[in-house]
Every structure is written in C-alpha cells, then in structure tokens.
Design a protein around this ligand. Sequence first.
Ligand code: PLP
Length: 419
Amino acid sequence: MDSTPMPGRTPFLTLPQATLVRERFGTPCYVYDRAGLETAARQALALSAPFGFTLRYAMKANPSRGILTLFRDLGLHVDASSDHEVERALRAGFAPEAIQLTSQMPSSRLAEHVKRGILFNACSLHQLELFARVAPGGRLAVRMNPGLGSGSTKRTNTGGPASSFGIWHEYLGDVQKTAAKHGLTIRTLHSHIGSGTDPEVWKRVSGMTLDLAAALPDVTAVNLGGGFKVGRMPEEPTVDIADVGVHMRDGLVEFERRHGRALRLELEPGTYLVARAGAVVATCIDVVDTGRDGYCFAKLDTGMTEVTRPSLYGAQHPIDVLASGREAAEVVFVGPCCESGDILTPAPGDPEALAPRWVPRPRIGDLVVVGGAGAYCAAMSTINYNSYPQAPEVMLEPNGDLRLLRRRQSLEQVWMNEV
Ligand SMILES: Cc1ncc(COP(=O)(O)O)c(C=O)c1O
C-alpha cells in the first residue's frame, strides 16, 4: 500500500489510511492520532516549574474514553466541567484526587464528590457557599475572573467584565470572608481567561493571578487554566509551551522571594493537547454552483454536525480533497444540514462570510479530510440535527492500526428516549 502522506495538511493520515477509514467505518468519521496526542502531552509535561507542576487535561475539549485513558496513563490529571464529566473521568480510571470540577453549573453531587476526594473549584460566590454547606472546614480551589480576558474570538473569551466565568476580582474580600466564616482553606487559586488566548495577555494575567494569590495566605498552588493557541492552519501561530514555562518559572521564583511561599503550578490545556491530533474523514456528496459570478460549493457529509466551530466562531480548519491530477478551483465547503450556517469555510472570525479555498476541483464521491478536529469537535457537535446519527470515533495507532473507540449511533438510538 502507498503510504505517502496526503497532499494537504493533515500529516498524520495517509491516503490509504483515509480510504480504509471510509471502507471500515463509513463517513463522516473522526480519527485521532495516538502519536500526536502523546507528543503534545509529553511536550506539556516537560514544562519545568520551580515548585512542582500538575498538568490537567481539560476534558471538555474531547472526553472520549480512548483519549482519557491515554492521558491517564501518561500521568495527566483532569479538569472536569460538569458532574457528568467527573463521572466519565472516574469511569476512565482517573483517581478521584486527580479530578478537579470547574463548572458553570452548581454541582448537584457535591457532597458525594467531596467524600470521594474529588477536588472542587468554586466558580462563583454561590458555589463557595454551597461548598461551605457540604464541607465546612474543607479545602478547595477558587476560580477568579482577574479582570482581563482573551480568546480567539469574543465567544471564547472567559475573562474581563463581559464574562460570567469565575468570581470577579474585586470580590476577593467576599471570598475571604466566606472562607473565614466556614473555616475553608483556599489551597488553589484558579483563572482561565479564554481559548486561543493571546500569549502576551496570558502572561499579563498570570501576573494578575499571582497578585490575587498574594492576598490569600493558604494558597499553595496557582492554576492558570488553558487557552494555549494552536495553529490548525499553516498561517496560524502555535504557542511555545516551553516559553510559557520559562515565564512562569520567573513569576513563581519572584513570588517566593517576595512572599516566602513556593507555589505549585497547574495548567489545564484542552486545545493544545488534542486539537491537531484529530481529523474528520468525509465524502463529497454533491457539487453545485451559483453561476459565473457566484460560488462553487462542495457539499460534504460532514459539517456543523461534526465540526461546529466554523459556523459558530468562523474558526478555520484545513480541508484536503484527496484527489490528484485535477485542476485547482476556488471552493466553498458546506455541510449536509438544511441550515445556511452549515459552512466549513467561513471567513476567519466571521461565520457569516464565505471564504472559498483553492483546492483540487472536487467531484462527487471524493474523500475529503477536515483537519484540526481533535478539540471541541466531537465534544461540541450539533448531533442529530436533521437526524444525522452521531459519527464514530477511531484511534490511529502508531503501527497504523485503526481502533474503533465509539460506534456510529444507530437511527434507533436517535429516537430511543422518545416516549
Ligand atoms: C476552566 C477551563 N480550563 C481549561 C480550558 C481549556 O481551554 P483550551 O482548550 O483553550 O486550552 C477551558 C476551556 O474552555 C476551561 O473552561
């Protein structure tokens, strides 16, 4: 079999492998690259912090058990964003102490979590009170909104006055009062200011978070969230994680010199660990155009149902038409949904504008691969819209084997809870 990498930008999948994915599992199908996942995890684990380091995987990015167990075996901990994710992490074999719950939704199982040893990160004053009720005298983390945020778009910005995430920094006094009243010990100070964060803003905010930690004498760790930018497209930059480490090393050493406290560092990336190690193998199902002054559209059997980010944020994903010897054409890729927003190639940051791509002119039946689909794709898909069943997930092993992680949903499963 020919093992030449594909002509495009999804380097982990060869043309014969993509063909095999279609034959064995049908399209659309998510494929994850074990080697790429391991490389990203090892790069992040290599970050050296002066007083200890914990790497949490923000499992909201991709909660597939196949990925969770891989990261568990590499020694990562987990950031869970709901009671349900806590349950999935436990089911994947994470020790309770390796799981921290950071949720917008107040937990309905807090007492149970505390008893099990799961760590809790209070994301509002209300959540802090709820924790105090079930675990007076307990230890926890507190998520603060340090007053500044940054994301790849406004919709992925989780810091600053326009964001509901975390406790507004000016309310630190209320946090201290509540903690004192109930004998709570705030061990970890947490902030996460967005996804696709500008690295300079991230660095500034890390300093602001350390300033908040200075006012909380029991804090022994700072968790600075995730948000590390990953270039899915060639023109998009990727954060140098080692540079983040150097910056934090300086900040933590300086903090220790000034305040006499050696803080452990925690980071909880999602995107950085999984984004580029995922792709969706799809089929071109139709080609239409709107005349000489219009557009050429390639309709795929994947779109917002598997890769929602372009229609939601105007996010960019590489798209490869696996065909050779064709003339190039300017093409808008769209999904199969009866929704004009089901577009895979919007303009960057503008989901309402079309941005055609130069690709080999697609034909019906062509294999097409959408890259950069490891993070917030399977996890955030609009499954079952137009009653399309949820797509399967497959792990590409380093020896080339394709291992099924999750079957395609059956049609019966789409309606099975209807009464
Ligand atoms: C609390 C928290 N931590 C970590 C992350 C991971 O962010 P990213 O995938 O940008 O690294 C998120 C994402 O929204 C988050 O909400």
